[in-house]
Design a protein around this ligand. Structure first.
Ligand code: DGP
Length: 116
């Protein structure tokens, strides 16, 4: 059984977060340490620790993350200029919170994908 993270508490409203969207499948909230003018985390309400734990059962949930990302990008006014979606996995990917999350970053030109 995977261990819950702080994100499960945010989903349940047990700790404060700036939630921009929530339905029965996903929750989206502003990152506590924004790396761009818009930096929102979109997460499945179901706990999946890393991308390595994804199964075929999760296809609908993960597809919904993209639908919500597109909707939020419109709401934030960044859809036309563009944005970046990032999902980190484990140590080399720089994952810090083990409840998968899609970073939605935008609001300025973001530069190259990877630092050297
Ligand atoms: P990653 O490195 O991909 O695991 O990104 C984790 C992100 O989660 C990081 O950008 C900071 C953010 N974060 C961590 N704890 C909290 C929190 O308690 N609230 C919010 N809003 N964001 C958090």
């Amino acid at each position: 059984m995977a261990e819950e993270t702080i994100f499960s508490k945010i989903i349940r409203g047990e700790i404060p977060a700036n939630i921009v969207f929530q339905d029965e499948t996903v929750t989206a909230f502003r990152d506590i340490s924004p790396q761009a003018p818009t930096h929102i985390l979109i997460i499945p309400n179901k706990l999946i620790p890393t991308v390595n734990d994804v199964t075929a059962e999760d296809e609908q949930v993960l597809g919904h993350l993209f639908v919500v990302a597109a909707k939020i990008a419109q709401q934030e006014g960044i859809a036309e200029d563009g944005y970046r979606l990032v999902m980190n996995c484990n140590k080399h990917g720089g994952q810090e919170v083990f409840h998968i999350h899609m970073h939605l970053l935008g609001g300025k030109p973001l530069g190259p994908l990877l630092s050297q």
